[in-house]
Design a protein around this ligand. Structure first.
Ligand SMILES: [Zn+2]
Length: 352
């Protein structure tokens, strides 16, 4: 017997950022150890005998998750999933079984929902506002854009909130502000595809010198991620050729490979605080599945986004590239493989 419709669905499309991947079959959700996920419903056809169906966790998965409110009495079943013990990369399943067809190989399952149960991770964050209005002594041809001088940077709390909004529910990572400072009197630029050109301006404060030198020391063992908010002085540009620099900003942010730091330019627009979460994604080694040649994520994206007012169907993930210059938009959504990869990297790279 085939049932139409029968599917696990989000109760609210806006929860697509809390651990939901409908681009895979079967669909996936995420829950933290000791946490509860109440995002998803089971949808069945109207006017069938619901007593023929059971929603349950297979016995071999019962050490990892439990479900509640799963009695099927109508076309929509609003159940919740509690995370008990972390899963491996294959996750575990909530299954819909047809009681009339007990199949010894799949327990009579006719539909399943895969679940990652992820342990809680903490990532400490340092936020440094790099601010100056002086020309770069090494590159006097560079002109500081007026928009940079009047830019309103996100506050440190807004940045930490953006990180938590992106990774807390999907990857069970909590970001905690560990250190922050406003570091005036510095200047620099960097080359996203090559060497860091950023260097303290002559007269730079000792505080800036100290923070920067610690951040850039590849052997340093301080388990935190430092964001340098390039206010007024951040020329986040790519070298065009030997004679000069591309005056169009090639990147909104930059995370050197393998480092625990990112640079983000200050004069962003609209929803651009997500750039901090995007850069954090690079530091957490995502994406892993559909990685494009420039290290970003490729489609497909979950069709649930269609009600979110995001105009471009192919620009709907946190790790979508091409943010700047082509009308791209970021959202907080990441794939189920990346929920897990980010969680694992948070342990290996940032756990204290
Ligand atoms: Zn990127």
């Amino acid at each position: 017997m085939r049932l139409h419709p029968v599917e696990f669905e989000l109760r609210q499309n806006s929860d697509v950022f809390k651990g939901w991947d409908s681009t895979a079959s079967p669909r996936w959700t995420s829950v933290g150890v000791g946490r509860t996920n109440s995002l998803i419903k089971l949808v069945l056809p109207a006017n069938i005998d619901y007593s023929n169906y059971t929603l349950r966790v297979l016995s071999e998965d019962s050490a990892n998750i439990s479900i509640a409110n799963h009695e099927i009495t109508g076309p929509e079943t609003m159940f919740s999933i509690a995370g008990i013990q972390a899963t491996d990369k294959d996750g575990v399943s909530v299954v819909l079984c047809d009681n009339r067809n007990p199949n010894p190989f799949n327990h009579g399952a006719i539909l399943d929902l895969h679940v990652h149960v992820l342990p809680e991770r903490t990532v400490h964050v340092g936020i440094y506002y790099v601010s100056a209005d002086k020309p770069n002594a090494d590159h006097p041809e560079e002109v500081i854009a007026a928009s940079a001088l009047t830019a309103v940077c996100p506050t440190k709390d807004e940045i930490v909130q953006a990180l938590n909004d992106a990774f807390n529910a999907q990857s069970n990572i909590t970001f905690v502000l560990d250190d922050w400072a406003v570091l005036d009197d510095c200047y620099g630029s960097f080359q996203p595809n090559g060497d860091l050109l950023w260097s303290p301006y002559p007269g730079t404060t000792e505080a800036w010198r100290g923070v920067f030198s610690r951040a850039w020391d590849r052997n340093q063992d301080i388990k935190m991620h430092r964001f340098f908010v390039a206010k007024n002085c951040g020329y986040l540009r790519q070298r065009e050729d030997e004679s000069g620099y591309d005056q169009e900003f090639g990147a909104a942010g930059f995370t050197p490979t393998g480092e625990r730091m990112s640079f983000v330019k200050s004069f962003l627009e609209g929803n651009d605080v997500l750039v901090y979460a995007h850069e954090m994604g690079h530091a957490l080694n995502i994406p892993v599945l559909r990685k494009t040649s420039d290290g970003h994520d490729g489609p497909p994206w979950p069709d649930e986004f269609s009600s979110d007012g995001i105009p471009f169907s192919d620009q709907r993930g946190l790790m979508k590239g091409g943010f700047s210059g082509n009308g791209g938009y970021l959202t907080r959504w990441i794939r189920h493989q990346d929920w897990r990869e980010a969680n694992e990297t948070a342990k290996t790279k940032y756990e204290r």
